[in-house]
Design a protein around this ligand. Structure first.
Ligand code: FAD
Length: 447
């Protein structure tokens, strides 16, 4: 088997991982990112999300750093829609151009290498320390040893395989999955006029807290209950009336992203038959939703389902048990942690397991929660940091901490901390917090 040694190895080059890789390399560490997708970005690109939620506390911008640098590149390319970054619920960006931008940004880093289409198949440990990964590209296995491994797999795969403690809610409690889709050929003026004249009566899913955001840069509609009120549906499509569907315009004309529940009461970490069933069901529901729009919503007459995401959207799976677990109380108190590495202010809460609605906990405009470094350290393990949606937090904090800007903020902190640990010859747990925070501030991060 081929072997290689690097300073920092990033497991998963998704939303958090690609930023972790850039940050580690910029701070002097020889870094490799490994991802099983054909492009970098994970949910940010292959998952086709498109609505970058979490930059604002309803009054001010709370996220800058590498995420903001990407936003500026989108802006230069006319690939993002925003009204006022200080008060927007989200920025609507082009997920395809995002793939190219990430390639360009990462290829400018001389110390960074990305292995795409490469799966992590095993974790190498020495006692309680993670020292590397075994990866598979095409038919070749490689052992990559590293001074620090950053687990950005979304599912805490590396931590799990290394024996770190984790939480996983039961299927009956876990958030639904959603395969994202896109429709084209929509007459948006006609759609907007229709909804102006027929404001939703039954579709009350809009999280009330979102109303406090002053600006929304595009078109968004929730649910299909009003549209299907007088329509007789076959039993297998009755679900369409109730499920939480979020339909959002994109930077491109006549195009809408569909975010509607798919596989419910299911664990994404199950493979083989279960995973195939989740993918098939999610794909079928996406088609059903697109057909319903075409048939019943004025303006969609000539529309069609133009794309289905390459990566199933997983809201929740394993969360590590970290040195600190962020609690709902921390969020509600807008806690200022001494080891803050960034901020989040989107309403906390989660999607209900039945896919019908979401519950929400809100903050006052101008308030935000800090994210503590300790929630990225898996309890009892060394040589490893975690960043992204699988860090340590109570389930109801999810909708604040798993947003893409917050995953990027954690990625930047993890990459920077890993590089500092390598440079100083210390462990990630013993990184000097003042040095980490000072470095992040210098690199435009809002703490
Ligand atoms: C349906 C849905 C809607 C959402 N809506 C929004 C929204 O509107 N706004 C917002 O800001 N956020 C939204 N989110 C949340 C956000 O998209 C995710 O929480 C965030 O992108 C997760 O980032 P991550 O880096 O943790 O994981 P990901 O971006 O999923 O990255 C994980 C990466 O690890 C790789 N990986 C995993 N296992 C392996 C392996 N064995 N080998 C190699 N590579 C591996 C994957 O290929 C992937 O690229 C939504 C999420 C979902 C699912």
């Amino acid at each position: 088997m081929r072997t290689k040694t690097v300073d920092v190895l990033v497991a998963g080059g998704g939303t958090a991982g690609v930023i972790a890789g850039i940050a580690a390399a910029r701070n002097g560490a020889e870094t490799i990112i490994v991802d099983k997708q054909r492009c970098l970005g994970g949910q940010f690109t292959a998952g086709m999300q498109g609505a970058w939620v979490g930059f604002s506390d309803k009054k001010n911008l709370i996220v800058r750093g590498i995420a903001w640098e990407l936003r500026n590149i989108f802006k230069e390319r006319n690939a993002i829609v925003e009204v006022d970054p200080n008060t927007d619920v989200c920025f609507l960006y082009d997920t395809e151009i995002a793939k190219v931008i990430l390639d360009e940004v990462t290829s400018k880093e001389p110390k960074l290498t990305s292995y795409l289409d490469t799966a992590i198949v095993d974790v190498i440990t020495e006692g309680d320390t993670v020292v590397g990964l075994v990866v598979l590209s095409q038919s070749e296995l490689m052992e990559i040893r590293a001074k620090v491994v950053i687990d950005c797999t979304g599912d805490a795969l590396v931590s799990y395989k290394a024996g770190a403690p984790y939480e996983l809610r039961e299927k009956k409690d876990i958030q639904p999955m959603t395969l994202m889709g896109r429709m084209c050929g929509i007459d948006m003026d006609r759609v907007k006029q229709y909804y102006d004249e027929h404001p939703p009566v039954l579709d009350t899913h809009v999280p009330p807290a979102w109303h406090d955001f002053k600006t929304f840069p595009g078109f968004m509609h929730f649910g299909l209950a009003d549209e299907l009120k007088d329509v007789e549906l076959p039993p297998e499509k009755e679900y369409l009336r109730n499920w939480l569907g979020i339909f959002t315009s994109t930077p491109n004309p006549g195009e809408v992203t569909i975010n509607c529940s798919g596989a419910i009461e299911a664990h994404s970490i199950e493979g083989f038959e279960s995973r195939a069933a989740q993918e098939n069901f999610s794909q079928k529901t996406l088609y059903d939703v697109a057909e319903a729009f075409k048939k019943y919503v004025p303006g969609f007459e000539n529309s069609y389902l133009s794309a289905i995401a390459a990566l199933l959207g997983v809201r929740e799976s394993r969360r590590i048990i970290g040195d600190y677990k962020v609690t709902l109380e921390d969020f509600q108190a807008a806690r200022e942690f001494e080891d803050s590495i960034g901020r989040g202010a989107m309403p906390a809460g989660a999607h209900t397991p039945d896919g019908v609605t979401m519950y929400v906990y809100d903050l006052e405009p101008g308030d935000s929660m800090t994210i503590p470094y300790r929630c990225m350290l898996p309890k009892g393990k060394d040589g490893i940091l975690v960043a992204g949606r699988c860090v340590s937090y109570e389930a109801p904090v999810a909708n604040c901490i798993r947003c893409m800007p917050q995953c990027m903020v954690m990625g930047q902190a993890a990459g920077t901390a890993a590089a500092i640990a390598v440079q100083k010859g210390t462990t990630v747990r013993n990184v000097d917090m003042k040095l980490l925070q000072g470095t992040l501030k210098q690199q435009d991060v809002i703490l």
